[in-house]
Design a protein around this ligand. Structure first.
Ligand SMILES: [Zn+2]
Length: 307
């Protein structure tokens, strides 16, 4: 990376000098090229936040996630090198609502003088958890707020505001990207709001209880193999409850998540003669789909299972 920067500086110098003899236009072109290389360094906790940052920050940002692709985010603990990367970043963005139980400890351990810290879910309307055992272990709220097309807009606004604060000269660029993304989120929401209003069945079953906010948006109900923090492979008793739930609610599809007991989802589907469909929590990037593509596929599959 350092080599590339050095090469660019050298190129800029050469072009800059030769431009002295040339036209004014050449000179400003060189300036444009050199400033566009100075990307804002953003570190995020995990994939959904990265998706939002890329939508808004576009080619003005470099984004890295602390939680690696394909690891279960609920029980993640960062390593020393993850923390070291933070000291070089301009912005650190995390979801909040107990999704990153490690965040306070990590932020207390580093020098934050030049780091802008953003809790993306700040100002969002969080769902309270009812199970006292879960509250004791993970906190009061359901963290999966990014899976709401409505709340994703608030997270995106917090991210947009931070990018503008750190990189004011590109304010218009961030505002425009943000407006476009909000339009996409709203139009996806409107499309499926209409579709879901036509179905009477409102229950679906998934790997872990990640879809509480999506359910709130569209007035649906989820049941799940694992709990909201992706813990607790079901006991025989829980399994029987799930089978009864599926039969009572005419569940024809059981959704499967790669990181939440996929085998149990398959067993359950076999037991009730349902089919299995993959669903995205977006906690990791899957099948190379972006946020809108993943959400669209989720909504379409859930809708089809309810028709
Ligand atoms: Zn989860």
């Amino acid at each position: 990376m350092k080599k590339i920067v050095a090469a660019l500086i050298a190129l800029t110098l050469i072009f800059g000098l030769s431009a002295c003899n040339g036209k004014q236009a050449n000179n400003s072109e060189v300036k444009e090229t050199s400033t566009s290389e100075e990307k804002i360094k953003v570190i995020v906790s995990f994939n959904p936040i990265k998706e939002f940052v890329l939508e808004i920050g576009g080619n003005k940002v470099d984004v890295e996630t602390i939680i690696p692709e394909g690891s279960e985010p609920h029980d993640f603990e960062p390593k020393v090198r993850d923390i070291a990367a933070l000291t070089e970043a301009d912005i650190f963005i995390y979801n909040g609502l107990g999704m990153e139980s490690w965040v306070d400890k990590v932020l207390n351990s580093i020098d934050k003088k030049t780091l802008t810290i953003v809790e993306a879910s700040k100002g969002c309307e969080a769902i309270k958890i009812s199970d006292p055992e879960e509250i004791k272990e993970h906190g009061e709220y359901d963290p999966h707020i990014w899976l709401s097309l409505k709340e994703a807009q608030k997270e995106s606004k917090n991210i947009k505001d931070a990018l503008i604060m750190v990189d004011f000269k590109n304010k218009d660029y961030y505002e425009k990207n943000y407006e476009n993304f909000i339009k996409e989120l709203n139009s996806l929401y409107d499309e499926y709001k209409k579709k879901f209003d036509t179905v009477s069945n409102r229950c679906f079953v998934t790997g872990h209880a990640a879809f509480g906010y999506l359910c709130r948006d569209f007035n649906l109900n989820q049941n799940s193999v694992e709990d909201v923090f992706a813990e607790g492979e079901p006991s025989g008793k829980k399994m029987k409850e799930l089978v009864d739930f599926c039969k009572a609610n005419n569940v024809k599809t059981v959704f499967l998540e790669e990181m939440a007991s996929p085998k149990v989802s398959e067993t359950l589907a076999n037991e009730i003669g349902a089919k299995v469909e993959k669903i995205y929590t977006i906690a990791s990037k899957e099948d190379n789909k972006n946020y809108i593509q993943s959400m669209r596929e989720n909504l379409e599959k859930i809708y089809n299972s309810l028709k």
